[in-house]
Design a protein around this ligand. Structure first.
Ligand code: UT7
Length: 339
């Protein structure tokens, strides 16, 4: 029998600095009512100078280990597109900061789908006996890459980190990841991107443009793809694991926009009240959004042991992913906001 990856702990962290819609409206041509009605976001958290992605990842990872009641893992996978620096990856620093010793550690770059991609990598490592216990973290600090004059990105993105501990176990245990649906479409790679800083820049023949360090996004196109891809991927996954829409107690979908969450629910035939919503408090936190939403819902008692949870994500790349589990009995800490 194939060894399953089983959720053993979860935790999350947000920077202490909260940035309201009204604060953004002081410098951008926008307003609280527009942001709330068009996105569902009320506030987001941005790091202050001196706090980096690794710091948030470490805080979330520490909480997940505590939630699991353990102080070791033999693999750390960090999903991020905004690591501490372009090279090396940030995961080894995080493993060291957590006191995990010389364990395997690497980054996964799959934008807002990164956490679910990292879960699939962890499940593969456990199935192949590469690891017994894996710490998976999704962390992003997009605030350093937002063009302060671009209202379409600046109002949406927040910084944050969320983490999960997976252990080797059996497929019929609560917390076992039941399967995956993953996909990508590189034709859409320009729809959400940081154009500069990579090898493509040199080939363009143009001098580097400082604005290319910022993230740009074609919001309307991303909106449509997000709905279509998360709905189709969820349907594939549900069919594969033998669940119907009515079996889904909670759907933790990537927290990009409340209108996306509602449309995905409608397409899937899942009641809108079953969509976990955390974006009102943190905006779109990219690779961190799903573990943040899960931690919030588990801590508040919204998700209970035994509930059937579907997870689905979409992001730059384009990339998408879905997985599902029955929620296990977990001891969950509040989301940290003291970084
Ligand atoms: O995380 C990866 C996946 N990311 C996503 O899925 C992002 C998906 N996209 C979105 O969430 C939405 O497209 C946005 C929130 C980015 C934009 O919302 P929208 O409803 O698509 O707005 P729009 O670009 O169609 O603009 C509608 C109107 C325009 O005005 P006119 O031309 O109708 O007069 C915009 O100029 O709203 C205006 N507008 C704004 N007004 C106030 C656009 N952004 C803003 C703003 N504040 N921030």
């Amino acid at each position: 029998m194939i060894r399953a990856a089983v959720l053993a702990g979860i935790g999350a962290a947000l920077p202490s600095r909260s940035v309201s819609n009204d604060e953004l409206a002081e410098t951008l041509d926008t307003n609280d009512a527009w942001i709330r009605t068009r996105t569902g976001i009320r506030t987001r958290h941005w790091t202050d100078t001196g706090t980096n992605t690794g710091d948030l990842a470490t805080a979330a990872g520490a909480r997940a280990l505590k939630s699991a009641g353990v102080d070791s893992a033999d693999l750390v996978i960090l999903a991020t597109s905004t690591g501490n620096q372009p090279m090396p990856g940030t995961a080894p620093e995080v493993a060291t900061a957590l006191g995990l010793g010389n364990v395997a550690a690497y980054d996964v770059s799959a934008a807002c789908s990164g956490f679910l991609y990292a879960l699939s990598a962890a499940a593969g490592a456990i199935a192949a006996c590469v690891a017994e216990r894996v710490l998976v973290i999704g962390a992003d600090v997009w605030s350093t890459r937002l063009n302060p004059q671009d209202r379409s990105t600046t109002i949406i993105f927040g910084d944050g980190a969320g983490a999960a501990v997976l252990r080797a176990g059996n497929g019929d245990e609560p917390g076992a990841l039941l399967g995956f649906d993953l996909g990508s479409d590189g034709i859409g790679h320009e729809l959400a991107q940081v154009a500069g800083g990579g090898s493509r820049e040199r080939g363009s023949g143009r001098p580097p443009n400082p604005e290319d360090a910022y993230m740009t996004m074609q919001g309307k196109e991303m909106f449509t793809h997000a709905v279509n891809r998360m709905a189709a991927s969820s349907e594939q996954l549900l069919e594969r694991i033998g669940w119907g829409a009515a079996d889904v107690d909670w759907c933790a979908a990537h927290q990009a926009n409340i209108r996306i969450l509602h449309t995905v629910a409608d397409v899937l035939g899942v009641d809108r009240s079953r969509m976990l919503v955390h974006l009102d408090k943190a905006g779109n936190t990219s690779a961190a959004s799903i573990p943040l939403a899960l931690t919030d819902a588990a801590k508040s008692g919204q998700i209970k042991a035994g509930d059937r949870v579907l997870m689905t994500a979409f992001g730059g790349g384009l990339s998408w992913a879905s997985t599902a589990m029955r929620w296990p009995e977990l001891d969950v800490m509040e989301i940290s906001t003291d970084i």
